[in-house]
Write a protein that binds this ligand. Structure first.
Ligand code: SAM
Length: 301
């Protein structure tokens, strides 16, 4: 599963490409930029200044999302209780050996990452972190059921390449772990993922991109179970879905990924969904694209 190729992204930060999944870990525009814009900024971390928070990082990979989080929390004296899920140790091994990656963060990040690699665990006065290695569909069950998260980062490969982590059944397990004010954050703006999260009872928001054009309209999705809309401040990095995004959820692209036993192969999940799309009366996604003047995206979404 683990043949990985080093990739230098446009902002000068390093990432990897997986041969097995046939996909890059990050946008070629910048791994560091992606983490900051799509995960750290929408987290609104200032809410936790001097306080404690629980975070679940699904698909730890090289560790950009956790590293950026820790880096910000150090500056504001927050206490972090982190769980991370990841199937492959090699991306973390790679980042530990990449000086340029480690230079991006406070030295504490390296100490935590070394301990996670060797002992799957780290603890000091401010940070308590556990990394559960294995298939996230199984390992999520090991997290104590009393544990509810203020932030959940969902950073799997795209639904087309790794549908196992975007199914109704897996997302249902994930959302059970979210506390009522907690944010589930993902780079994905896929209609299937958004519709599933909405059907699971969450309110969904779009992460505002730094620039918008026809093919680049969102940096992802924030899903919250009980959000007081009056709280939505103009300086937040997310907002309600545009009409175009709402209409996306009425098309065949919104048909969910399903994995009843949480053990299906990628091929089975994709082929079940194709059958369902074929027999569905929903609007064709091409019609929606034509209406809004866009071309088919070639990036992970
Ligand atoms: C897009 S990359 C994650 C990027 C990561 N957040 C980072 O900062 O580098 C997707 C990750 O998902 C992991 N993965 C793939 N399938 C998985 C599964 N079933 N359970 C847990 N992790 C999985 C891959 O090994 C890879 O590290």
């Amino acid at each position: 599963m683990s043949e990985l190729i080093e990739v230098l992204t446009k902002d000068g930060s390093y990432s990897l490409k997986s041969i097995f999944f046939q996909e890059n870990f990050h946008s070629l525009l910048g791994a560091l930029e992606e983490t900051r814009l799509k995960f750290t900024a929408p987290s609104n971390l200032q809410r936790f200044k001097g306080k404690s928070l629980n975070v679940l990082d699904i698909c730890f990979g090289l560790g950009y999302n956790t590293a950026s989080l820790v880096n910000e929390l150090i500056k504001q004296n927050s206490y972090l209780n982190l769980y991370a899920l990841e199937i492959d140790k090699n991306p973390l091994n790679y980042s530990l050996g990449n000086e340029s990656f480690m230079k991006l963060w406070a030295p504490k990040v390296k100490t935590i990452f070394e301990s996670l690699y060797r002992k799957n665990y780290f603890e000091d006065q401010f940070f308590k972190c556990s990394l559960l290695w294995g298939d996230a569909r199984e390992k999520i069950n090991i997290i104590p059921s009393s544990m509810k998260f203020d932030l959940i980062y969902l950073d799997g490969f795209s639904p087309q390449k790794c549908p196992q982590l975007w199914t109704i059944e897996f997302l249902s397990k994930v959302t059970e772990k979210l506390n009522s004010q907690g944010y589930l954050i993902t780079y994905s703006s896929s209609a299937a993922v958004r519709k599933t999260l909405r059907n699971l009872g969450l309110e969904i928001f779009t992460i505002k991109p730094s620039f918008k054009n026809r093919n680049f309209w969102s940096h992802g999705t924030v899903a919250i179970s009980k959000f007081d809309r009056c709280e939505l401040k103009p300086n937040f990095n997310f907002e309600k879905l545009s009409l175009m995004e709402e209409e996306h959820l009425l098309t065949k692209a919104s048909i969910p990924y399903r994995d009843q036993g949480l053990n299906s192969s990628k091929e089975d999940i994709i082929s079940r969904r194709l059958d369902e799309q074929f027999s569905s009366d929903l609007l064709s996604t091409n019609k929606w694209r034509e209406k809004w003047g866009m071309t088919k995206l070639s990036v992970k979404s």
